[in-house]
Write a protein that binds this ligand. Structure first.
Ligand code: HEC
Length: 138
């Protein structure tokens, strides 16, 4: 009985510390990895990068995404504090090392607190945002 109790308590401690480590400074959970289908991962971005695309992307991003993701993609928009999950830091390597297709897929399909933009934004609009979000790279 005593060992059972010890085992129970130590697993409880382990569980609590794991979940604590999984929280960022604002107490938000770090999202689990996404399952992005292979055809999206390697998908070619049909919209050329450059000033025209960045301009279109900036307008769409400001209207649709900045409230959560923040003006410069740091995950610090006005609504971010109300979210249970951290929206991500788009300036860092974790985000910037993903392919355009991965960003496109996640924006199109959404998950949990991340809205689904399929049907709300056209594919070209999403690609323009994907291009614009590359400018957040530090
Ligand atoms: C209501 C708040 C909210 C809005 C608005 C929002 N997002 Fe998100 N987004 C999130 C959250 C929360 C996550 C993390 C969810 C997860 O990974 O499960 C996320 C995750 C993402 C990711 C994945 C990041 C990564 O590193 O894997 C991308 C890409 C993304 N959002 C793009 C966008 C774009 C583009 C828009 C606007 C068209 C947008 N989001 C609008 C809350 C939001």
């Amino acid at each position: 009985m005593k060992t059972l109790k010890k085992v129970f308590i130590s697993s409880l401690v382990a569980l609590v510390s794991v979940s604590l480590l999984n929280l960022n400074v604002s107490g938000q959970a770090q999202p689990k990895p996404w399952d992005v289908p292979a055809n999206f991962k390697t998908m070619k971005n049909p919209v050329a990068k450059g000033d025209a695309s960045n301009k279109a992307g900036l307008a769409l991003y400001t209207k649709n995404c900045a409230s959560c993701h923040g003006k410069t993609g740091l995950g610090d928009g006005v609504k971010a504090r109300m979210l249970k999950e951290f929206p991500g830091d788009f300036s860092g390597a974790f985000y910037q090392n993903q392919t355009d297709g991965e960003h496109f897929y996640k924006t199109k399909t959404g998950r949990g607190e991340m809205p689904k933009y399929e049907g709300k934004l056209s594919d070209d609009e999403i690609w323009n945002i994907v291009n614009y979000m590359r400018t957040f790279k530090k």
